[in-house]
Design a protein around this ligand. Sequence first.
Ligand code: NAD
Ligand code: MG
Length: 393
Amino acid sequence: MAQTKRVSLLGATGSIGNSTLSLLKQRCDEMPDFKVVSLTAQKNVEALALAAIETKAEFVAIADDAKYSRLKELLHGSDTEVGAGEAGLNDAAARECDTLVSAITGAAALRPTLEGVKQGANIALANKESIVCAGKLFLEAARKFNSKILPVDSEHNAIFQVLDNEKRVEKLILTASGGPFRTTSLEEMKLATPEQAVAHPNWSMGAKISVDSASMMNKSLELIEAHYLFEMPQEKIDVLIHPQSIIHSLVSYDDGSVLAQLGMPDMCTPISYALSWPTRMPVPGVERLDLGKIGNLSFERPDLKKFKALEIARQALEMGSWGPNVFNAVNEIAVEAFLKKRIGFIDITSTTEKVLNRFASNEFGIMTDPVNFDDVFELDKQARRIAEEQIQA
Ligand code: NAD
Ligand code: MG
């Protein structure tokens, strides 16, 4: 008999959420038997209710309170319990489970993900913003509650798979597709529309991460994520453009070996690894890698003048852990403004840089590192407010 793994999923209606659900629904002898505990979504009650019915979830929560009665109605007659709002999300994450998949977008994932940490569950972490804004504190909490962080972000998942001796690491090399504007001139990039920015060449993802990929903010957030997750100084983390997205990242050791994880660009592979860890499970639905057919893999260094985000992220890290906290919050506000066509594409990066520098110059008081999560949330809120003012100005 296969063991049963109780799994909860935050952000069940998104891109990662859908891939996770497809894995949880497949069944075979070599896999653990998954029991879906709770599912959450922000607004889409129809999709959430359908997922709850299909997976026989114990509990569902909708972040938007106004959708609570509609969700109740849709689940009338089923055994699934229903919650709403921030409390509902936290309840969903706090329900006893073995693995909590964190796939909400943005720092909004932090509070509920911490509920999973506090109950000592394994955290299959797709959401990178929570670790960027709460870095050290997040990992300290994970250690304290004996909660294992299993990276789902494909690059970090790749590193996690091939990292066998931290002490002998010379470099972590994060690969990046380069996004839709890899070969676009800076002048053209200034005119980029949200439609062009979300059209990622290799991956189909939510709007926010797609825009982040286009500006290389995504890789910048990932650099910070790697710094915290693998406790690696930023000088030991490189970014390499690899347009085919086949090598998902590499670890370079001091004996000259470089280990990499390869596969077709399909998030089901890293999600399955996190779900089945410490073993592997078969994923029949993922296209197999045929290097003979692909023929060539290519690489180039990132254009740091065109994609300034990478250097700004490194500066943010040098400022202390408050830096990434501010960096992430401002970017979230700027991406939202760009998607609403309130600012141009290039303004995302320049707004982030300007606001970060205003904080660094002590315009809002002497900056110190957050000592607890309340400090993290407070700084996040303040940075969002300043970012909004900056955009309006
Ligand atoms: P998405 O927009 O497709 O889905 C986001 C999910 O979170 C939805 O279910 C939505 O209802 C929910 N949600 C959004 N905002 C919320 C809020 N404020 N409160 C509660 N619920 C909220 O996004 P996605 O592409 O699935 O990405 C999710 C996370 O995973 C992001 O942090 C992203 O960086 C990370 N990630 C995604 C991919 C990918 O391939 N999509 C790859 C690596 C990492
Ligand atoms: Mg990634």
